[in-house]
Design a protein around this ligand. Structure first.
Ligand code: CDP
Length: 228
């Protein structure tokens, strides 16, 4: 499809815990657009790799899992709350955010065949009416002609605090320095991999969310969209 103003594709990229998911969900609801959360796809691959105990670096086995995810992934955005993620009929919303899946996701995400399958899935999910698509390589690789490209940043300390708060709110026992270490490790792997690394896309609107509320960031993106 072509990205006309009536069917915008808004690409939102950024490092771990930079606020992408919350901003993307709020924006999708406000603009009544579909939400494509690419991270939840890579997380589903990682979760299945952990569940089948094949190891996160076994390219053949993880590649086969990626093909299953491509065929069976489904997501629903309810009127309130988080995105629900399904594999066929199985609800994997909570499991894909477990510590184990999070610990493996950057390793499975650097396998080229996994990226090919997930990029195909992301493109196939975007309908004619447009979408908010969030991830690491959306503006650089998946939709380089997106109507609007946004890159969200926040200091490492603020990102660790946000993720730590999220864990605590879900009742998950967490340690802030361990959360900070995991985020640093994922950022390093995501930014240095050969296949479509995390990078600021050309022409992206850069937003430092460190001292901004979700509402302020969403407003800034909605205003930028009006000027496209
Ligand atoms: O929400 P959070 O920032 O923790 O991460 P996410 O968006 O759920 O993405 C989880 C992981 O998936 C990232 O750390 C990347 O390793 C991978 N990912 C990717 O490689 N490419 C994307 N377009 C999205 C996510």
């Amino acid at each position: 499809m072509t990205e006309g103003s009536g069917s915008p594709i808004i690409a939102i990229d950024g490092p771990a815990a930079s606020g992408k998911s919350t901003v993307a969900i709020t924006l999708a609801r406000r603009l009544d657009l579909q939400l494509v959360d690419s991270g939840s796809m890579y997380r589903t691959v990682a979760f299945l790799a952990m569940e089948s105990r094949c190891g996160s670096t076994d390219e053949m086995a993880v590649g086969a899992i990626a093909r299953t995810v491509r065929a069976e992934y489904r997501a629903e955005l309810p009127g309130e709350g988080q995105l629900r993620v399904f594999l066929g009929e199985r609800d994997v919303t909570g499991e894909i955010r477990s510590a184990e899946a999070t610990g493996a996701v950057s390793d499975v995400s650097r396998i080229p065949v996994v990226r090919e399958e997930m990029v195909d899935l992301q493109r196939s999910m975007v309908s004619r009416s447009g979408a908010v698509v969030e991830g690491r390589d959306i503006g650089t690789t998946v939709f380089p002609d997106a109507t609007l490209k946004v890159f969200l940043e926040a200091t490492a300390g603020e990102r660790a605090r946000r993720r730590y708060r999220e864990y605590r709110e879900k009742g998950i026992d967490a340690n802030i320095s361990e959360v900070a270490r995991q985020i640093r490790k994922r950022d390093e792997i995501d930014s240095s991999r050969e296949s479509s690394p995390l990078a600021i896309p050309d022409g992206a609107l850069l937003i430092d969310t460190t001292e901004k509320t979700v509402a302020q960031v969403v407003e800034e993106i909605a205003e930028a969209l009006e000027d496209v």
